[in-house]
Design a protein around this ligand. Sequence first.
Ligand code: UGA
Length: 437
Amino acid sequence: MNIAIIGSGYVGLVTGACLSEFGHQVTCMDKDAGKISMLQEGRIPIYEPGLEALVAKNVKGGRLHFTTELSIAMADAQAVFIAVGTPSQRRGNGYADLSYIYDAAREIAGFIKKYTVVIDKSTVPVGTGRQVERIIKETSPDADFDVVSNPEFLREGAAINDFMRPDRVVLGTESERAVDVLKEIYNPLYLNSTPFVVTGIETAELIKYAANAFLAMKISFINEMASLCESVGADVISLAKAVGLDGRIGSKFLHPGPGYGGSCFPKDTLALLRIAQEHGSSLRLVEATVEVNSAQKGKMIKKIRKALGGSEVGKTIGVLGVTFKPETDDVRDAPALTILPALHEKGAKLQVHDPQGMEEAARIFPEYTYVGDAYAACAGADAVILLTEWNQYRALDLERIRDTMKTPLFIDLRNVYDPGKMRESGFVYVGVGRGLS
Ligand code: UGA
């Protein structure tokens, strides 16, 4: 099938690459000429494991193409995916900025020549799909089309696997004709018995927010339990394990840490609260989730300060990790963006390392020192903070680190290491929720 993808950012690019891998003819379009020429040269603007090879393979196979021209992308397309960004509005009020979606709808309308399915992949507030439908009808009254909400559930760092082996595919539409087209697009998944949930457009739009809010709520829940563990002398790792073994609860997303970050949970929880507010509903659990998450970063700053003896003035701190999670170069809303400036402002000197995120961090915080590996970050430091659980940081030569640090203080905000073993190795060890603090 011929498929057009509008927006070649993270979601658009992963979707395009994976659909071409399924055997479809895919053209990814983006207005950013720099991005498109980079892609045409075989370079990928983002770091996502496996993506570069998948793009290269399908470009070579003649199934994946890139263009800045919508007319080219849509020339023979039976299906058009809208995968443009929906950033939070600049006013910081939690509303998603939908102007890119509506502009895309208006432009698409002019190129619909035969029956076309317009598929919304971007995470959008309830009602957006209907608006897209209305805009296309108004712009091209004779256009033969259907709109489908098909939210993505891709995790950064694992996006290709998530696309190829999803837990479910959600299709929001009343049109059986459109469902047939989508089933053809996702045929390999359909044959693999992936569950398909076909529902109304509004329900599909809400499913995405509900899933992200629930996952964020699990994280805030375990972060609060971690604090309680520190007050009563309990261990959150054993607690999470035992609680998660209950099949009704599940063990995933029960890892305490410095709070959730990234481009999805922080933005989507706020957008969901606005949706509820606009419709006269309240979502008190989601409100609490957001509050707990923002307080968690403050708690981590206090934890670090306390471990440093009450003040970070004049202290050298080694920082391991700035991205919001491993296997990405993304630092958007990362806990590091709140924690590091708070320490720096109080007079700490920061020696920072991250396998992929240093370029972006250095753009935001040029005043910190960036070093080539974890050992250089720890050398001469009064403390080291492990902020992102990259695999590279899971098997560090601890003796080497201890011997080059000024004081062997290890603050492990991802609970990567075992407190007992760290203490045996001569470290003062501080984790999250690991007994009395
Ligand atoms: C999230 C969802 O997991 C995806 O299903 C969804 O498609 C995506 O948002 C989206 O809306 O596009 P992502 O933001 O890439 O994916 O990353 P996650 O793996 O979910 O992690 C989010 C944050 O939660 C990270 O900062 C991570 O460190 C934190 N986290 C996660 C915890 O602190 N504890 C956990 O147990 C799990």
